[in-house]
Design a protein around this ligand. Sequence first.
Ligand SMILES: [Zn+2]
Length: 168
Amino acid sequence: MNCKLCQNALPNLLLKPAAPANAAARAHIAACDLCAKDLASLEATLALLDTWQAPALSPYFDQKLAVHLREQLSAPPAGWFERLRTRLLFNTGRHLRPALAGAMALVLIVGGGSFGIANFQHSRPVQVSAAVNDLQLLQKNEQALQQIDQLLDDNAPAADSDAAPPQS
Ligand SMILES: [Zn+2]
């Protein structure tokens, strides 16, 4: 077991130190000072948490809460600005999710549409230039073929004239 695997096994080792599944982690900690130090630190943290005492509730907590609830229920309804402010401050965003999904869908549709329009506008010059390139290539090839033909035509009589004297 390496140190990374041992770090992942430390919580299990803390909860069940004698479990057979933690034998490899125990063996690594016996040999590795770094992991042993981490385990000791976690054990100290857990021991400190065990000493913590939750504060006792006030004996009048329930009565105070009931009085406060009654006050809030009997208070005049808040204005629209106060309700909006409360909703923005304390909401979980759950009721905004459909609106958010709709806005994102709108962005996708508008973005995709403009992307398609942009491609459509740019596709024609690209196709024209590709055709022009093909025509230019064909023209160059034709010129090259003509030049080769001219060279061959120029060479042919010379070859004939070279070959002719021995024959005549
Ligand atoms: Zn280690």
